[in-house]
Design a protein around this ligand. Structure first.
Ligand code: NAD
Length: 341
């Protein structure tokens, strides 16, 4: 393949972002975007990026023999059937996280992609972030030694809308799933035990949706390491994304990214601007790299950098966290894996 021809399903927040980033890649032609809510503004936007067609029916993408690969950026509850249909149509697939709201269904989607021998990359963009990549390098180079403790802080600046919460699958599947993936990615070890505590401290709307807005999740890894993740849907000072890994030979940590590194000191204290606002700002470069790497793996027939199995493993951890919260006990990952056929 000299140039990759793509179709994109879903022109919401993330679909539009990926489309804009891919439009800047000279190895890519975006032929079609499908969106159930088409308006004139969407057509103008697509024109401005050189996208050739806008359609309400994603089957137009799947039936188009010129299209090599499809990006699934629609709401989570649509992903599984789209992956299965895209695989059957022989398209390579990039699918946003989470693969689905039910890990058994996600597993079926992975089977379909494997059977069709198409590539399937999952949207764990943080793996492409310069800070997290450097932490992983330090670990892989042995600078930290054997990992003993993983600490991840992941807090959003503000909660999403009620409609979004309702369809999101809950805090563990929608939000903490990035942290579960990061924990596996940085330690290079699978999670074997999960214990989660949750609370509604930000907005009672989360209770009405049967969800939580605050969580502490402890993890035990196959290599013996222990982990702790804390999540909040509202950090008043901005997007808070930090990790620390402590091991037998040392410690590595990253703090937040800022728009600038200006710091001023007065008689009242030492001050600086808040961290970058949210995921679109903090991970802008990571999203670009994520798309470019997906295209590279198609052009050069290489493995994708975030596999379908990575998506499934993170969903299993999310499922274990939910079960732990609901049943007020530590849950073994093997309990969930036993329910996969
Ligand atoms: N990796 C990340 O950082 C990240 C960030 C945000 C969202 N996401 C994920 O991306 C997905 C979309 O999230 P979003 O925030 O962009 O949501 P969104 O609601 O802004 O966009 C989803 C779009 O898909 C469209 N859609 C739904 N069904 C469709 C269909 N059958 N055909 C075509 N279009 C359809 C909707 O009309 C909507 O415009 C979710 O799975 C979410 O979890 C990932």
């Amino acid at each position: 393949m000299e140039k990759i021809t793509l179709g994109i399903i879903g022109a919401g927040r993330i679909g539009k972002l990926h489309a804009a980033n891919l439009a800047a890649n000279r190895n890519v032609r975006i032929k079609t975007i499908s969106e159930v809510k088409i308006d004139p503004k969407l057509n103008d936007w697509a024109d401005s990026l050189g996208i050739e067609n806008v359609t309400e029916d994603f089957n137009e993408i799947l039936n188009d023999t010129e299209i090599d690969a499809v990006l699934i950026c629609s709401s989570t509850n649509t992903h599984v059937s789209m992956i299965i249909q895209a695989a059957e149509a022989g398209k390579h697939i990039f699918c946003e996280k989470p693969i689905s709201l039910d890990y058994c269904e996600s597993s079926q989607a992975l089977d379909a992609a494997q059977k069709a021998e198409v590539k399937l990359q999952i949207g764990f963009n943080r793996r492409f972030d310069h800070n997290f990549k450097r932490v992983r390098e330090a670990i892989m180079e042995g600078n930290i030694g054997d990992i003993h403790i993983v600490k991840i802080t992941s807090r959003d600046p503000a909660p999403p809308s009620k409609e979004y919460i309702q369809a999101s699958g809950g805090l563990f599947l929608d939000m903490a799933i990035h942290d579960f993936d990061m924990a596996r990615y940085l330690t290079g070890s699978e999670v074997v035990e999960v214990c989660a505590k949750g609370a509604v401290l930000v907005d009672p709307v989360f209770s009405q949706m049967g969800d939580i807005d605050t969580a502490i999740i402890t993890l035990k890894f196959a290599n013996g390491a222990l982990g702790v993740i804390d999540n909040s849907r509202k950090a008043v000072y901005g997007y808070d994304q930090r990790v620390e890994l402590f091991g037998s030979e040392g410690c590595v940590s990253i703090s937040n990214d800022f728009e600038n590194n200006a710091e001023w000191s007065t008689s009242d204290g030492v001050f600086r601007d808040k961290p970058k606002l949210f995921f679109l700002e903090r991970y802008n470069d990571a999203y670009i790299d994520e798309m470019n790497q997906f295209v590279e793996s198609l052009l050069n027939n290489m493995d994708v950098l975030v596999s379908g199995n990575d998506g499934l493993q993170a969903e299993l951890i999310a499922g274990a966290a939910k079960k732990s919260l609901d049943e007020n006990r530590t849950v073994l990952l093997s309990e969930l894996k036993a329910t996969l056929k």
